[in-house]
Write a protein that binds this ligand. Sequence first.
Ligand SMILES: *Cc1c(COP(=O)(O)O)cnc(C)c1O
Length: 398
Amino acid sequence: MIPVTTTTFKHILPVNDNGFYGPFGGAFVPDVLKPNIDNLREAFYHYASDPEFKTEFDRLLRDYVGRPTPLYRAPRLCERYGAEIYLKREDLNHTGAHKINNAIGSALLAKRMGKTRIIAETGAGQHGVAAATVCALMGMECTVYMGATDVERQLPNVKRMEMLGAKVVPVTSGNSTLKDAVNAALQDWCDNPDSFYLIGSAVGPHPYPEMVAHFQSVISEEMQKQLLEQTGRAYPDAIIACVGGGSNASGAFYHFIDDSRVRLIAVEAAGLGTESGMTAATMTIGQEGILHGSRTLLMQGDNGEVADPYSISAGLDYPGVGPLFAYMSQTGQTEVLAATDAEALAAARTLARLEGIIPALESSHALAALEKIRFEPGQTVVVNVSGRGDKDMDTYLQ
Ligand SMILES: *Cc1c(COP(=O)(O)O)cnc(C)c1O
C-alpha cells in the first residue's frame, strides 16, 4: 500500500482537503468507486511530493514531449493589437496539444499504482491521442470513449488512436459528444474498478481537477522563466486561455492565481451566441448542479436536466466546467469572455495569415479575445495556444 503523506502536498489552488473550491468540487461518486477515488487521492498526494517521480516526469516532458515549449513574441499581432502579445506554444508539444502533459503525469501515476489498463474519454480526440500515446509508451492497454458526432468530425485523431493500438468506442447516447463519452467512461470504471481512469480535463471528482491542474502547471512555470528572460519581468499583465473543462487554462494560470498584478482571462465557447440556445458558455449561463462527480456550474434545461451543449469546437463542446473555474468565475479571480464560432474562425485565419501558425479551433477562441479587449501599449499579454489546427482543417476549409 501507498503510505499516506497527504500533509506534505501544498495546495496552490484555492481548494481544501476535501476537494472543495468554495461551494464547488468535491467527489460525488457511486459507492463502488469510493475506494478508487480514495486510493487515487492518496497516491497523487504522495507522488506529487516525491522527488523521484518529479525527476521522471520532467525527463519525459523534456525528451519525449519536447518541453519547454517556446514563448513566442508575435510581432505582427503586436502591431495589430497595440500591445506586447506573446504566444505560449503548446501546439508544438508531441501529439499537438497540452493534453500530453497530464497524460504523461497520470500514466506515470497509474504505473506506480500497478495499473495495467487505462480508460479515457475524448472530445476533439486530442486527449484520446495523448492517452493512446502514453499507453503505447508505457505498455498499458487503452480504451477510449468518444461521442459518435466527434468520431465523425475529428476522424484523423480516431485513426491516430487506432494506429497507436488503442480501442476507440463510439458513444451514441445524448447528443453523442464529450458529456456522453465521459458518462460511458465512468460506467466502464464502475464495471472495472481495477482500471485507471485518465481524465483529460480539470473536471470530475476530487482529486482529478487538482491533479490535472498540477500536471499542467508546467505551462505557467515555464512562462515565469521565459517572461523574465524576454521581458525582464517574471509575470505578464494578462494571460488568455480557452476553457472547455479548464485544463490548459488552469496550467497557464496556476502560478499566477494569487498574483493580483496579472489579469486571468478565461474564454469559453459561445457557439452561435450565449443566448441562442446553441452554446457551450457554461460560466456565462450555467447554474449550480452536479455533473461527472463534481459540484459545478452546468447548463441546464427547464427541468434541471443537463442541456446539450453546442460549439463548432469539439474540445469545448461540454455542458459543465471544472470546479476551479466555476469558483474563480464567481469570485472574480478570473474574467470570463465568450467567443462565437464565427469569431473563433476569424481569429484562426488572422493567426494563420499574420504569423504562419494554424491554431486548434479551441485555441482560436482564446485568440478571439484579442479582438474584444483593449490593452495599453507596452502591456504584456500571453495567449496560451493550447493546440495545433491539423485536426480542424476540414472545418476551416468549409
Ligand atoms: C481539449 C482541448 C481544449 C479544452 O480543454 P481544457 O481542459 O479546457 O483545456 C483546449 N484546447 C485544445 C487544443 C484541446 O485539445
